[in-house]
Design a protein around this ligand. Structure first.
Ligand code: HEC
Ligand code: HEC
Length: 193
């Protein structure tokens, strides 16, 4: 009798052990379903946003933000028209309103006369500049010098900037500026927090 009870107890102890492969398989099953679901969700997301796929393959130069395919021709035209006399200034550093005025007033360009950008190319350039810049606040004066631009200042927190600063000064800290690369920093700045 006693040995029988012992045997039953033993069995009871064993039962969870015997069940565990089943449990393990069940967990494996649930896990694989979750994995598959997660993967299909991921792919679904990427398909919703073709730009994220395009980004990796179309970015050729290191600007601030990756430039999706639909703005690539705007970027190219921008550099063709606006990066010959000075380095191409990234749209992020000025408010959209400034870029608009600069595009619309080629005959008053800091005392110079620019060759006007023909239609429809001007709107392709504008789409690019608009997409990568932000608006002024209400009543905020429109800056025409990067040193006066709030956005330029926001991109340079704690950076001691030379005065005066113009387009020819970028290259001292951004050695890739001539290639429109504002990611790479000169060695002095590389390890600055
Ligand atoms: C014909 C030569 C030339 C071309 C082409 C040109 N610029 Fe300029 N740009 C200048 C000159 C000259 C200055 C003033 C330089 C100075 O005084 O520091 C200037 C200054 C600027 C500044 C002010 C930079 C600062 O903070 O000092 C911006 C912004 C600018 N240009 C944008 C543009 C845009 C946008 C285009 C294309 C539509 C363009 N430039 C094309 C000659 C040119
Ligand atoms: C005195 C050095 C210095 C000068 C001059 C300078 N920069 Fe910068 N710039 C920096 C540093 C440092 C950073 C990184 C700041 C940070 O991440 O906190 C930076 C960041 C930037 C960024 C953001 C890059 C990114 O990866 O997000 C842009 C855009 C930029 N600079 C544009 C310019 C332009 C345009 C000029 C010239 C008108 C200029 N800078 C002049 C030092 C400088």
């Amino acid at each position: 009798m006693i040995s029988q009870i012992k045997a039953i107890k033993k069995l009871q102890w064993l039962r969870p052990n015997r069940a565990s492969p089943v449990l393990f398989l069940l967990l494996l099953f649930i896990w694989s379903i979750l994995l598959g679901w997660g993967m299909s969700r991921e792919l679904g997301n990427a398909a919703d946003k073709p730009e994220t796929i395009a980004q990796g393959s179309t970015v050729t130069i290191g600007t601030v933000d990756p430039v999706p395919a639909k703005y690539q021709s705007g970027l190219k035209l921008y550099l063709e028209n606006c990066a010959s006399c000075h380095v191409g200034l990234p749209p992020e550093v000025m408010p959209s309103e400034t870029w608009r005025t600069l595009l619309l007033e080629p005959n008053q360009h800091y005392g110079r006369q620019l060759k006007p950008i023909e239609r429809p190319f001007i709107s392709i350039v504008w789409n690019y500049l608009l997409a990568f810049s932000r608006s002024l606040n209400k009543e905020e004066p429109k800056p025409f010098r990067v040193s006066e631009s709030r956005y330029f200042k926001i991109l340079h927190p704690q950076v001691k900037l030379p005065k005066p600063l113009n387009a020819s000064g970028c290259i001292t800290c951004h050695p890739g500026a001539a290639n429109y690369d504002y990611r790479k920093l000169s060695r002095d700045w590389e390890n600055v927090p």
